[in-house]
Design a protein around this ligand. Sequence first.
Ligand code: ACM
Length: 634
Amino acid sequence: MKKLSLLLCCCIAHFLSYGQVAQSGLSIIPEPVKVTRLAGQFVLPKKVLIEAGTQPELSPVKNYLQKKLSTAPGSLVTIKSVAPLASIRLILNKTADTVIGSEGYKLSVKAKKIVIRANEAAGLFYGVQTLMQLLPADIESAELVKNVKWTVPAVDITDYPRFGWRGLMFDVARHFFTKDEVKQYIDAMVKYKFNLLHLHLTDDEGWRVEIKSLPKLTTVGAYNVKKIGQFGTFTPPAADEPRNYGGFYTQDDIKELVQYAQDRFVNILPEIDVPGHSLAAVVAYPELSCTPGADKYVVNSGEPFMDWTGPHNKAIVDNTLCPANENVYAFLDKVVTEVAQLFPFPYIHLGGDECAKNFWEQSDAIKALMTKENLKTQQEVQSYFEKRLEKIVESKGKKFMGWDEIIEGGLGPNAAVMSWRGIKGGIEAAKMGHEVVMSPTTFAYLDYMQSDRVNETRIYATLRLSKSYEFEPVPDSVDAKLIKGGQANLWTEQVYNLRQAEYMTWPRGMAIAESVWSPKEKKSWPYFFGKVEKQFDRFNAAEIKYAPSVYDPSFSAIRNADGTLKITLANEVDGLDTYYSFDNSFPDRFYPKYSEPIDAPKDATTLRVITYRGKKPIGRMVTMPLSDLASRIK
Ligand code: ACM
């Protein structure tokens, strides 16, 4: 009986929390902590008077709001420090409101007045982001939009983040993205209250940050040969093919980006990925390698150079810095000195992932180091390297962070760990008392495909939106205080341009945003997805690309006794109808509707499907060769 009443209570609580969420009828992502809908609405006047203080840290918030309200609505915006008749007020609390912390805010919308209060400017900025999501989707247009009634529903919101580290990683090394493209990426991420941009600045395909004391890193290391197609499968470039594809950020560019990000309350975490993933550095300075002949290496252009087939990746060309070479530490001291000066964020990420050890195993210098330092394994060799690097980083007043491989062979005393191979590295590090950021492939890898591979740019794994939404940064077994937060990672081997970077980031970025901002108990997939669809209208207005993959079904097949295929389709979203054909024509809603696993006719070669919501086609036309499905049967 006790159990039964407990169950009943849980059910009611569950129903209420979802009910409460759903009742707000608003589509704010990430979901705020507390939303109370009120009667009525605010109508944005043609002339908007804003009251906001003159504190310098408020300038970026005022500028942002002014630009937004004057662009699509075309309002005439005036900002004054004292304006009793103002229709919008931005108030920095004189006495800190302990509930909302440094990034939280309170937003009150009434018929005649909007008030945002916060302890710090960041909170006001997030209050403004929420306000933008309460305005019609056209607010995201970069041009004047006529004939829209610019209303905001009356509401009281109290909101603050669950985690202080809410990140997106952008790999600008595999393909270079210009300063302006990075700014556009920042513009999109702040709408969902991300506050950290991790820039993966160096890799085998390019070194992207000017280091003045090591000019060849960018004169040589920033360029490869332009190749288009399936990255990783390209033919090795010929000697006479121009090495002019790529680029780098000058130190002035970095300063500009850091300022741009700061003005949007985003920190930039720089990553210099060593000792593996370092081919661009080795090509610039071959003396950093343990391997004779490194002076003949070239910056990778997407031709195969790593063997991923075994339990440990093996390098075909030695893309590592040599831990047995003192010059490497002098080199890293120079790099870290300049990086530390460029980026105000307290952490520097020094990579450490996927370092191939097969060339080290052959190296006399490494063997001598192992004897001298009593190192038993190649993991301990890497750990020796990481610990020395940690000291260099700390000598510049910064905190050392690396991917979870830095745990293998022994973690340095103060190292922070970014857990990517699932969450187990993060758990191990937290249990040893180290700070952790969770960014597991299982939920947070934005380079993975978003639906079936026949419909996506091909890569080795799939991560659907609903799975991303399950991201929970704090495992049960660890001290939650050590989990600084979470982030999603966009690797760009197969991402050649910003439009594709946007496609890969959204909508999964919204799932991650809600996982790192909103209270865990407020998460609900059906409600979240309803909001995502409303956000799509905003992406359309902003002309930012997003993936419609969530509307594509998943496919699986088994073989019938007669050799034909029995095919199962599954949608991750409820309420869609899936129509199909095997006769090579393009189905619509007058075709057979999928209701149970279907048998492919004996001689059919192609299954085509499309999803509808009612009478409206909503998914893409998916063409599935039956040979492809058959090849997946184990
Ligand atoms: C990684 O994905 N190699 C950190």
